[in-house]
Ligand binder design. Structure first.
Ligand SMILES: NC(=O)c1ccc[n+]([C@@H]2O[C@H](COP(=O)([O-])OP(=O)(O)OC[C@H]3O[C@@H](n4cnc5c(N)ncnc54)[C@H](O)[C@@H]3O)[C@@H](O)[C@H]2O)c1
Length: 306
């Protein structure tokens, strides 16, 4: 299903003579086809409308990040989900790679001791040459890209921040109408600090989409450079972490988990109730930028309580 004729035509060419119905309108698809689940991989501005219609049809939902751009929509979504007996999973595929799993295992088995601080750097020159929804996004860096990084940090630390102080800019040479460069200081429980910097308008050497991550603790550090995970000792020695074998990774693992959670009636790790907390990291960053002040994450988390 796609609103654009040329995309449906192209899909038809790829599918050749397979008799798979195609639709211009998601409601038409929902009323014409018997299905168990819907994957919503459309621009973020359309996510809520489509998801709410799918909920009326009573199907499981696999939704691309970001959940939505608006906190108010996200709260409304959570309210509906609390009364919904089907799965709603957000695709946070960055979690499901061997390098991130290796870091997760090293932290979980105590290799770096008590975590003290996180240094997170993401730098790329990302040009959207065509006039798509990306060009018109207000806080594109944070809403569409940093969301992956914030979700990774929540996953690795297994906690949420308490306070956020952020700034963001739109460089004069940017292709995007909104923010493409910015930084945020996150204060986590027990005095743990994260310094985050992201740029989509960078002319220097690029990081990968994961970015460069260093998590330093009382006994050492884990770091990710060029998607290679390392364990660093107190004496400065550094060794590559072994990569776990994964039958599925990234998007493949997300899809596997979605189907598994339906078949076994389990909560997917990145379901709506989990993902709203990553979404809140983005929202509090944006609030901090707009209000030019340090923002309490918990004030917004409380707003999610019924
Ligand atoms: N998880 C990841 O790593 C990752 C990577 C890229 C994009 N994304 C996300 O996937 C989503 C889509 O991004 P994209 O790069 O594919 O965008 P895109 O612009 O390339 O494609 C979006 C498609 O949706 C169609 N569309 C627009 N409005 C629609 C509607 N109302 N109903 C049905 N179809 C509609 C468009 O015609 C287009 O074919 C976004 O939320 C984006 O953030 C996630």
């Amino acid at each position: 299903m796609d609103v654009a004729d040329e995309n449906l035509k192209y899909a038809g060419e790829l599918l050749q003579d397979k008799a798979i119905p195609m639709f211009h309108d998601h409601n038409e698809a929902l009323s014409s086809v018997q299905a168990d689940a819907v994957m919503i991989i459309t621009p973020p501005q359309t996510h809520m409308t489509i998801a709410f219609d799918v909920m009326k049809a009573g199907l499981h939902i696999f939704l691309e990040k970001p959940l939505t751009y608006s906190f108010e929509d996200a709260v409304e979504f959570v309210r509906k989900y609390e009364r919904y007996d089907k799965k709603v999973m957000i695709n946070q595929n960055y979690r499901w790679t061997p390098e991130i799993q290796a870091m997760k295992q090293a932290i979980a088995n105590g290799s770096i001791g008590d975590i003290g601080y996180i240094d997170y750097n993401f730098r790329r020159l990302h040009n959207s040459n065509v006039d798509t929804w990306r060009v018109h996004s207000g806080e594109f860096l944070f809403t569409d890209v940093s969301i992956h990084h914030f979700d990774l940090i929540r996953y690795l630390l297994e906690c949420e921040p308490e306070y956020v102080t952020a700034q963001g800019i739109r460089p004069s040479w940017s292709w995007c109408e909104g923010i493409t460069v910015g930084g945020a200081i996150f204060e986590f429980p027990k005095g743990v600090l994260m310094n985050y910097f992201g740029s989509l308008s960078d002319f220097g050497s690029s990081t990968t989409w994961n970015g460069e991550i260093r998590i330093t603790g009382s006994e050492g550090a884990v770091e990710l450079c060029n998607d290679i995970p390392y364990l660093c000792g107190k004496g400065g020695e550094r060794q590559e972490l072994p990569l776990p074998q994964m039958l599925y990774s990234s998007q493949g693992y997300s899809l596997h988990q979605f189907i598994y959670s339906i078949r076994h009636d389990m909560r997917p790790d990145t379901d709506l109730m989990d993902n709203i907390k990553s979404h809140l990291m983005v929202h509090t960053v944006i609030q901090s930028i707009h209000r030019n002040e340090r923002v309490a994450y918990d004030d917004y988390l409380q707003a999610l309580n019924p």
